[in-house]
Design a protein around this ligand. Structure first.
Ligand code: NAP
Length: 276
């Protein structure tokens, strides 16, 4: 019996796909933007950091890739409507949304500042939910993009279990884990051809990670940044921090047709942290 030969290299390619990445100006988001563009996608990157975002888009265009920057605060619904409309107008569709923008505030629970809590919840939960809402409206049959797509929400290992001095952040990232599953089952059952998955990075070498390690020193939970880092790495079987590329590669997989049957999943990219 003859068997059709699938070109698996093509299955992972993102040619002719259009992506929107929030918080894409630096850190993990920057690497996600670079990865999606180099895999063939046209990328609209958004962020509140405008100078870095414009510079990144220009750099990618200089390499012959397709990228544009737009300023966007993910906590503002009107700005989501504008971002989705802008990406469809610029690149002719929307196939991939990466809800990457997120903030972290460290504090002991007894000292939790209400304004900080509200900000974390607004950006990390409302920002992701609003992104899902407006991407689904555009991607579903009859929407302005209309061809289905892949939504990828960046949660964290802090969305899987407790971490001291991180209650607001863990609450928000735990919410991202479960809202992802609700969006996934709803979109699948309504036959929208939209998939939705979450990625759970371990500690990744970015400015956020540096602030996280320093935070334990500031709160007198560690003697030095080095001690803070060693204490964390003792819980990581692979014994090292992750790199932004590790997360970007996982995004490319979930964005691609190789993940056609994957929805509602949580992909741990954490050096084995959660397996312990
Ligand atoms: P990052 O270096 O702080 O970058 C996050 C980006 O999002 C920044 O450019 C930030 O701008 C932007 N941003 C903040 N608030 C925004 C808003 N309201 N609207 C739009 N953009 C906004 O963080 P990262 O380490 O790359 O983290 C990216 C994602 O991965 C986050 O969701 C984070 O929670 C998650 N994560 C990170 C790690 C890690 O170890 N780094 C681990 C697990 C999960 P400003 O700099 O001006 O705030």
């Amino acid at each position: 019996m003859s068997h059709a030969v699938i070109d698996y290299r093509n299955l992972f390619a993102l040619d002719r796909k259009v992506a929107l990445v929030s918080g894409g100006s630096r850190g993990i988001g920057e690497e996600i933007v670079r990865a999606l563009a180099s895999a063939g996608a046209s990328v609209m990157l958004t962020d509140i950091l405008a100078d870095e975002g414009h510079a990144l888009a220009k750099d990618l265009r200089g390499r012959g890739l397709r990228a544009e920057f737009m300023r966007q605060d993910v906590a503002d619904e009107v700005q989501w409507e504008m971002a989705v409309a802008a990406v469809v107008a610029k690149f002719g569709g929307l196939d991939i949304l990466v809800n990457n923008a997120g903030i972290e505030k460290q504090s002991l629970i007894a000292d939790l500042c209400f304004e900080d809590l509200q900000k974390v919840l607004d950006i990390n939960i409302s920002g992701v939910l609003l992104g899902c809402k407006h991407a689904v409206r555009a991607m579903r049959p009859g929407g302005i993009a209309g061809k289905g797509g892949s939504i990828i929400n960046i949660s964290s290992i802090a969305g899987l279990g407790g971490i001291p001095a991180l209650s607001a952040y863990t609450a928000s990232k735990g919410a991202v884990r479960l809202l992802t599953k609700s969006v996934a089952v709803e979109c699948a059952q309504l036959r929208t051809a939209i998939r939705c998955n979450s990625i759970h990075p371990g500690l990744i070498d970015t400015q956020m990670a540096a602030r996280f390690l320093q935070g334990f020193v500031d709160l007198k939970l560690a003697e030095s940044v080095q001690a803070s880092k060693e204490a964390f790495l003792n819980q990581v079987p692979m014994g090292e921090l992750g790199r932004p590329q590790d997360i970007a590669a996982a995004v490319v997989y979930l964005a691609s047709d190789a993940a056609r049957y994957v929805t509602g999943a949580e992909l741990h990219v954490d050096g084995g942290y959660y397996a312990m």
